[in-house]
Design a protein around this ligand. Structure first.
Ligand SMILES: Nc1nc2c(ncn2[C@@H]2O[C@H](COP(=O)(O)OP(=O)(O)OP(=O)(O)O)[C@@H](O)[C@H]2O)c(=O)[nH]1
Ligand SMILES: [Mg+2]
Length: 183
């Protein structure tokens, strides 16, 4: 799979010559890991400490589509100014790029389930009219019961066809996510 890192941006995004696919979700939910799993290379930075991805990172896949790794939300230890910075950066990003966003993957931890901030993100996406798919992450760590509970919560917001189960550790969900990116 041909993939390259393009740039880290705050508001200086690359020209919208390719459609873009975004990976968003809580801090530590597994966005960067999922990108790496899907493209088959360690290209996005993964960290044990939440809140490490602070800029909007653009990658180019197959000379065809931008993959966008955005900073996570909801990390409790982040000071208020930093949260405000995140919010204005993301608001500006959605405003600037909403027409160019082909799909946003909203990642939700299979064990933790849908949190308040995830619901707010869904409201935001609906407000901007951004199409999204929910990806349940880290299914390797969840019990069947936890997965069923999280699935039920997610179905309050989206239909079954807009949910993918994944594990970056086991490679689960790779084909399905790739086909939604490239298809
Ligand atoms: N068991 C398991 N651990 C995972 C999986 N995906 C990610 N992790 C772990 O979760 C932690 C966070 O992963 P990241 O990919 O950096 O998460 P992120 O959403 O990009 O985090 P931020 O950039 O801080 O918002 C790391 O310790 C990963 O190894 C998975 O599918 N299974
Ligand atoms: Mg990250």
């Amino acid at each position: 799979m041909k993939v390259k890192f393009l740039k880290s941006a705050v508001d200086d995004f690359p020209p919208p010559v390719y459609p873009e696919v975004v990976f968003a979700g809580r801090s530590n939910v597994g966005k960067s890991s999922l990108i790496n799993m899907v493209v088959g290379r360690n290209i996005a930075r993964v960290s044990k400490e939440p809140g490490r991805t602070r800029m909007i990172n653009y990658f180019l896949l197959e000379d065809k589509v931008y993959l966008v790794d955005v900073p996570g939300y909801g990390f409790a230890k982040v000071p208020k100014e930093e949260r405000e910075r995140w919010k204005s950066m993301m608001e500006n990003y959605f405003k600037e790029r909403k027409e160019n966003i082909k799909m946003l993957f909203l990642l939700i931890d299979s064990v933790a389930g849908v949190q308040k901030l995830d619901e707010q993100m869904i409201e935001w996406l609906e407000f901007y009219g951004i199409p999204f798919t929910v990806v349940l992450t880290k299914t390797d760590k969840a019990t069947q019961k936890e997965i069923a509970k999280t699935l039920k919560e997610v179905k309050r917001f989206v239909g079954e066809g807009a949910i993918v189960l994944s594990s970056a550790k086991e490679g689960r969900g790779k084909k399905e996510i790739l086909s939604r990116i490239l298809g």
